[in-house]
Design a protein around this ligand. Structure first.
Ligand SMILES: Nc1ncnc2c1ncn2[C@@H]1O[C@H](COP(=O)(O)OP(=O)(O)O)[C@@H](O)[C@H]1O
Ligand SMILES: [Mg+2]
Length: 377
């Protein structure tokens, strides 16, 4: 049987570039190479598309070797994905006489986190090119990226969320005092300040007083034109992985256990540097009853944004009241060997190679379903 040609896109113009490369490494290592032929496609921090040979150089030698054969025929031609249905794959911009212009791809796996990848932008290009792709579509991706839009959808779906306020960077710059007064009156201290469209805790900080609040807002304003501030919660962080299209299913929930009490929250270092201060355990230490509730809420959150393929839904389980709040949904959750998403499926009896299998099948299913829609009448 001919192998399915999968383009794995990673890196990207995002604060999470590095994590994306690590996620792609896991996907490339774990994907069933008897079934799939992987073409690596990296995007630089500047937003330049690298050809497959250059793309491989973002990995260590061992990973490079896994795909060396698949990339040989690209030589050093620049490549592009073109939003034209005649080019369902990677087009070589320079070809020798008689050489095929197009390296066809059957499906794309965007392993990009954050801006220009998880937010619907790349998904839009893939829709234009009419190539099946793993994960959420344009609408779900962009709704799942924006912490303010997702809260609105969650609330509308009846999901409990924390108290928050949001404002534009331009409003902050026009008048600091109005913004500060609004936060103080609606939330008070401590609070959490975040850019609306980011992940991996980039630009997120905890503010305990007026000074640190101003500092936190200035930091968040470096990353986005929309800023959200939330009440700081005393809670446990529980996560749940979801896979599926119209009938999504949820994994066994997992939990971040933070050992170092001085560490106030899961910042970027805490998440990725392997500090040893935190551990992601599956299953989460919760009752069966609560686990079922988490799974139901995860599926509701997934449907609320009209998700497809995969997502990870993150919860806050409040220490004092036992209330469960939805924090956020991530439509391209981390897939590194330290990430929650693969661990939660492993804990639910599904190996990562099987997860990849079903994600690719779901991508093709969704593409076929969409192809049923008439585009003329
Ligand atoms: N309202 C809050 N109260 C307490 N801690 C929070 C709150 N919001 C975020 N945090 C902490 O900051 C981390 C990052 O925030 P999150 O909203 O998940 O952003 P990101 O999209 O960057 O992951 C969370 O995992 C948690 O540790
Ligand atoms: Mg988070």
């Amino acid at each position: 049987m001919e192998k399915i040609k999968v383009g794995v896109i990673y890196g990207g113009r995002s604060g999470e570039h590095e994590i994306s490369v690590r996620s792609a490494k896991t996907v490339i290592e774990q994907i069933d190479k008897d079934k799939y032929e992987v073409t690596p496609i990296a995007i630089s921090r500047e937003g330049n598309w690298l050809n497959p040979q250059e793309s491989l150089k973002l990995f260590a030698a061992e990973t490079q070797q896994l795909l060396a054969e698949n990339t040989a025929n690209f030589s050093d031609s620049p490549v592009a994905l073109i939003g034209d249905t005649r080019y369902q794959g990677l087009a070589k911009l320079q070809i020798a006489e008689g050489e095929e212009r197009l390296a066809k791809l059957d499906v794309i796996f965007p392993v990009l986190h954050g801006t220009y990848g998880e937010d619907g932008t790349l998904q839009g290009l893939l829709e234009m090119a009419n190539i099946p792709y793993v994960g959420c579509g344009v609408l779900a991706s962009s709704c799942g990226m924006d912490k303010i839009v997702m809260k609105t959808l969650f609330r509308d779906a009846g999901l409990p969320i924390c108290r928050y306020v949001w404002f534009l960077r331009s409003e902050w710059e026009r008048d600091n005092e109005i913004v500060i007064r609004q936060i103080e009156s609606k939330l008070g201290f401590p609070c959490f300040v975040k850019p609306a469209n980011l992940g991996s805790s980039v630009g997120v900080s905890r503010a305990a007083d007026d000074d640190s609040l101003r500092e936190a807002i200035n930091l968040a304003a470096l990353y986005d034109r929309k800023i959200v501030v939330e009440e700081a919660l005393d809670m446990r962080e529980i996560e749940c992985a979801v896979i599926g299209n119209d009938e999504p299913r949820a994994s066994s929930p997992g939990e971040y256990i933070i050992r170092d009490d001085n560490k106030k929250f899961l910042d970027y270092t805490e998440k990725y540097a392997g500090t040893g201060n935190n551990e992601f355990v599956v299953p989460a230490h919760v009752s069966n009853e609560l686990a079922v509730k988490i799974q139901q809420m995860a599926v509701t959150a997934f449907k609320a944004i009209d998700g497809s393929g995969l997502a990870r839904v993150d919860f806050f389980f409040l220490n004092k009241t036992g209330a469960l709040l939805v924090n956020e949904i991530n439509t391209l959750p981390g897939l590194t060997d330290a990430s929650g998403f693969p661990k939660m499926w492993a804990g639910s009896g599904m190996k990562f190679s099987e997860v990849i299998d079903s994600l690719i099948a779901l991508a093709i299913e969704r593409h076929q379903d969409k192809s049923r829609n008439k585009t003329s009448f």
